[in-house]
Design a protein. Structure first.
Length: 446
């Protein structure tokens, strides 16, 4: 979450606001200490988690009102998201005081699924520092067992303690990052910071370019991201909805269809990475190629244009457009990295190449709003965006994940704020009440 926040804020905004980051780090550590003290004194948590639960319930209510009184009718996806926020906020209220088994099992299932994802992904791909990630995944699975078994501590203690550990981790990272950002050279991408370079499936690449601040002038052409989904680009039988959307699909011949992703900046740039020799599409051969380290790289090539790709294959299923982005930074990045044609099915594929370009283009867009950019922390879409990114960085970027990320990214970067959303929701509710009153008066008048 912090890496995504710093990426979207960008170097100039972070350098000017590093004292605030340090102060926020101190607040996170203090909040963590408050949770621990509350646990020691009362055996349960009252105030810190109540604030979180209240925020989630209020946010869910505002989302529901916005969905119900939307101009185009009821927005059912937003309504479903609001229901999830309200339910989770209620769960936060209930966990410290309700000894029901159901609530404990919900939190245990979350840790079990997240830990299982880490274990499976790192065992398949054997990426950089895979043993560390394997240990973290096993620890999460063990924690889920402890919560479900109510041993050695009650879930009323373990769950708030997990929040406390998360907060103290954020606080320490913020304090370290504040010092690193203060020393970040001008016109350098924030992805060169240790918080970014020490993570990931492999050692970082493509950072040796000049990343200037975002120009006040609008880009001369939009940035288009094209998605070929695994289902849309292959003759698929026997649908597996989750696997087909986010990983790959298997066609009627038993071959794997992974889909494809590319990005286009007018006639000046087109990034569409392919292996020079097609990788094995047999399912067993496909699994053998899931190795992220550099020694498993093969020679690749960039296709020249979208038109030629369509003529050689098929049209993309989806086009996502970004109107505002850092065009000069993206141009500098591509000039420095266009000659690097290495291909790796896991850690340097078409989707990872597109996402690195998207990161370069969108870095610092929230920083244009100054300190107001940090209000994105109160946007549920930002947390969903962070979840998608963490899943992709733990496994790899795929066309389905790129599509979900770009859709959410456009919502997060929209020129909107939380106050206007609350105001629109309240105005819609007020208008509905006035209409009801007016209708009743009209019915009673002779």
């Amino acid at each position: 979450m912090l890496r995504l926040l710093f990426l979207l804020m960008g170097g100039p905004a972070l350098r000017s606001g590093w004292p605030y980051l340090a102060g926020l780090g101190v607040m996170c550590v203090a909040a963590s200490a408050g949770i621990v003290i509350d646990l020691l004194q009362h055996g349960s948590v009252s105030f810190p988690l109540y604030v979180l639960g209240m925020f989630l319930v209020l946010e869910g209510g505002a989302e529901a009102l916005s969905a119900i009184y939307a101009l185009a009718g009821i927005a059912w996806p937003s309504l479903a998201k609001s229901a999830a926020l309200i339910v989770f906020g209620a769960a936060v209220f209930l966990v410290p005081h309700d000894s029901g088994l159901c609530i404990s099992l919900v939190f245990a299932a979350v840790f079990l699924l997240d830990g299982g994802f880490r274990v499976i992904s790192c065992c398949l791909m054997r990426c950089r520092r895979w043993t560390r990630k394997l240990t973290l995944g096993c620890a999460e699975m063990a924690l889920s067992i402890f919560i479900a078994a109510d041993w050695p501590l009650s879930p009323h203690v373990i769950v708030p303690l997990g929040f406390a550990l998360l907060l103290v981790g954020w606080g320490i990272n913020l304090l370290v990052m504040a010092a690193q950002i203060h020393a970040l050279p001008i016109n350098t991408s924030v992805t060169a910071l240790p918080l970014f370079t020490r993570t990931g499936l492999r050692a970082p690449h493509g950072l040796g370019y000049v990343h200037p601040p975002i120009s006040q002038q609008s880009p001369t052409t939009p940035l288009n991201v094209y998605i070929w989904t695994p289902v849309g680009s292959g003759d698929v039988v026997g649908r597996r909805p989750w696997f087909d959307r986010w990983v790959a699909a298997i066609d009627h011949r038993g071959e794997v269809s992974t889909g494809h992703t590319s990005v286009e900046m007018g006639d000046e740039m087109y990034i569409s990475l392919y292996p020079a020799d097609d990788v094995s599409r047999d399912f067993r051969g496909f699994l053998k190629t899931l190795r992220a380290k550099e020694e498993f790289d093969v020679e690749g090539c960039f296709l020249p244009s979208l038109e030629k790709e369509i003529k050689a294959w098929c049209r993309p299923d989806k086009r996502l457009t970004l109107q505002h982005y850092n065009q000069q930074a993206l141009r500098n990045y591509w000039q420095s990295n266009a000659s690097d044609t290495r291909y790796n099915l896991t850690s340097r594929n078409c989707s990872t190449s597109v996402m690195q370009a998207v990161d370069v283009a969108t870095e610092g867009l929230l920083g244009e709003r100054g300190l107001k950019g940090f209000w994105v922390l109160f946007n549920p879409d930002f947390w969903l965006l962070s979840l998608v990114r963490s899943r992709a960085e733990g496994m790899t970027w795929t066309p389905g994940l790129v599509m979900d990320y770009c859709i959410l990214l456009r919502h997060v970067l929209a020129p909107d704020n939380r106050y206007s959303r609350y105001s629109r929701a309240l105005n819609g509710l007020r208008a509905e009440i006035l209409n009801q009153i007016s209708s009743k008066r009209s019915a009673t008048d002779p």
